[in-house]
Design a protein around this ligand. Structure first.
Ligand code: G6P
Length: 545
């Protein structure tokens, strides 16, 4: 047993949660519920009143946070303490969006000047590409950027670029390649002109198989179009913390944008890994994105726990995962531009909190990170929302919606908003048997059939959701929104006493993948693996069934 599950507060929460009435009743009991259970910060508004909570629940949750020394842990992260204990690294993505005059020390050095220098280098490059001063090998301006990276070096730039589509510079397009499946790069390169294409290779380690292979194929394609080795410097740039390896690979030293060990891959879009974003939306908008995130950092670092938006959201997730047996959490974005956000938060949260041992190596005896998934509203309402409403699993939901659309058109946005709010309402209140029966009062069915159908129409309700609103989706509000989820993830990790910043689980697959690759390339059938893996490798070597 860990000290966490043995704590009085943990036990009190177990006892308390089983006694709480249905949310319908909680709303009926307290007309102030919405006012008391909503909070505004950094251009975001969070309504968390549709949760299985009352004031006592919140008190217990914040007590748990206090007992986990959350405030000290937050300070330790911002101070650059080596909180990633298995990789001996500080965790300072917050420094990437700090103010130029701040001083943030990592391993004895103030890192803010390096951050600022890199931003300045990005600004110069972005300006020269956007203005057309940067010329390709035949003297033409760049029209297309191909961003090559995977994991944190892919999803952040891709999803943020997608979200900020209304801010794109006219005349520049961007294509993202991650998968080692050649189809990805081949499809992207079709129709592109080598003379006007710029490749941005992003790899923190500069050692990731997919990214290296895709970059080599991009280089081959580029040379096959008539360009020469000397032309590469005009068309290939790299972002990496391994400058030596990038130079060795053939990248021009002037075209390498640095990042650092103290930035985790899934927290790196704020660094030069965000270069494709900056190329598309310009440096002012990129800085506005950083500023939104910085505002959320300030809120997170300085706001008492009960009013602290990331802390509230994290503790609600702890409530469902640890006290209601919830294994999954859904992100529902009611905004087409934010359709990629669930995938981004999935990587952020699942790679961070998919852990089973505490920082000191003890096995956990409680659930840690849930499965994160989701999609855009209203599409999901015609598909998986069925399970949210009537399935057997309890899946807390976050509904995210801007109040104003970038594309105001007729009644579209009113309909979108009414669906969003209607869903949260339906999840919360459900439908009783009596209500379902009453709805059938005018039908021609006999009493027995009515009772059967009514039974199928019953929705238990009491399904939790948060609603997150913003005026409009802008670089600033998007920055705040992403930082909100980063900190939410951090807080959960802090409660669970796990390391949210390493990812050893993905390493074994990579290692074994390399081993299998050797066997695929060998001149005899594989015999040394388990029977399934041997047979699969051998089938692959045959190339047909
Ligand atoms: O940026 P790179 O070093 O190429 O790493 C790319 C990605 O690969 C790894 O497998 C990690 O799981 C990710 O966190 C990382 O973002």
């Amino acid at each position: 047993m860990t000290t966490l599950t043995q704590s009085t507060t943990w036990k009190a929460l177990q006892a308390h949660t089983s006694q709480l009435p249905h949310m319908r009743e909680l709303f009926a009991q307290n007309p102030q519920r919405f006012d008391q259970m909503s909070v505004k910060a950094c251009g975001l508004f969070l309504d968390y009143s549709k949760n299985r909570i009352n004031n006592d629940t919140l008190e217990l949750l914040f007590a748990l946070a206090k007992e986990a020394n959350l405030t000290d842990k937050i300070a330790a992260m911002f101070n650059g303490d080596v909180i990633n204990n298995t990789e001996h690294r500080a965790v300072l993505h917050t420094a990437l969006r700090s103010k130029a005059e701040q001083e943030i020390i990592a391993e004895g050095t103030n890192i803010v000047p390096e951050v600022q220098q890199t931003l300045a280098k990005m600004a110069g490059f972005v300006e020269s590409v956007q203005s057309g001063q940067w010329k390709g090998y035949t003297g033409k301006a760049i029209t297309d950027v191909v961003s090559i990276g995977i994991g944190g070096s892919f999803l952040g730039p891709k999803i943020v670029s997608q979200a900020l589509r209304p801010y794109w510079h006219a005349g520049l397009n961007c294509h993202f390649v991650a998968n080692v499946d050649a189809t990805s790069i081949c499809e992207k390169l079709k129709g592109l002109n080598a003379e006007t294409t710029l490749f941005v290779m992003s790899s923190k380690s500069f050692g990731t198989q997919e990214t290296l292979t895709n970059t080599l194929s991009a280089k081959d394609w580029f040379l096959a179009q008539g360009a020469t080795q000397q032309d590469i410097a005009k068309h290939f740039v790299a972002v990496t913390s391994n400058v030596a390896k990038a130079t060795e690979f053939g990248m021009d030293a002037n075209n390498i944008f640095p990042m650092w060990d103290w930035v985790g891959g899934r927290y790196s879009l704020w660094s030069a890994i965000g270069l494709p974003i900056a190329l598309l939306v310009g440096m002012d908008n990129f800085k506005a994105l950083l500023d939104g995130a910085h505002q959320m950092d300030e809120h997170f670092a300085n706001t008492p726990l009960p009013q602290n938006m990331p802390v509230i959201m994290a503790m609600l997730s702890v409530l469902y995962g640890n006290f209601h047996g919830s294994q999954s959490h859904v992100i529902l974005t009611y905004d087409h531009y934010l359709r990629g956000l669930p995938a981004y938060f999935q990587q952020l949260d699942m790679e961070s909190n998919g852990k089973s041992v505490t920082l000191n190596g003890t096995d956990v005896d409680y659930s840690t990170g849930p499965v994160i998934w989701g999609g855009e509203g209203t599409n999901g309402q015609h598909a998986y929302h069925q399970l949210l409403h009537q399935g057997t699993a309890l899946i807390p939901a976050d509904f995210i919606m801007p109040l104003q659309s970038h594309n105001p058109l007729g009644e579209h946005h009113d309909q979108l908003a009414s669906n969003c709010f209607g869903q949260t309402q339906a999840l919360m209140q459900g439908r009783t048997f009596e209500e379902a029966l009453a709805e059938l009062s005018n039908s021609k069915l006999d009493e027995q059939q009515k009772a059967l159908i009514a039974k199928h129409k019953v929705m238990s309700g009491n399904k939790p959701s948060n609603t997150l609103l913003m005026d409009k989706l802008t670089p600033t509000t998007l920055g705040a929104l992403i930082a909100l989820y980063e900190h939410r993830t951090f807080v959960q990790g802090a409660i669970w006493q796990i390391n949210s910043f390493d990812q050893w689980g993905v390493e074994l697959g990579k290692q074994l993948g390399n081993d299998v690759l050797e066997r695929i390339g060998a001149d005899k059938d594989a015999t040394e693996l388990d029977s399934s893996s041997n047979a699969l490798v051998n089938l692959y070597r045959q190339g047909k069934l």
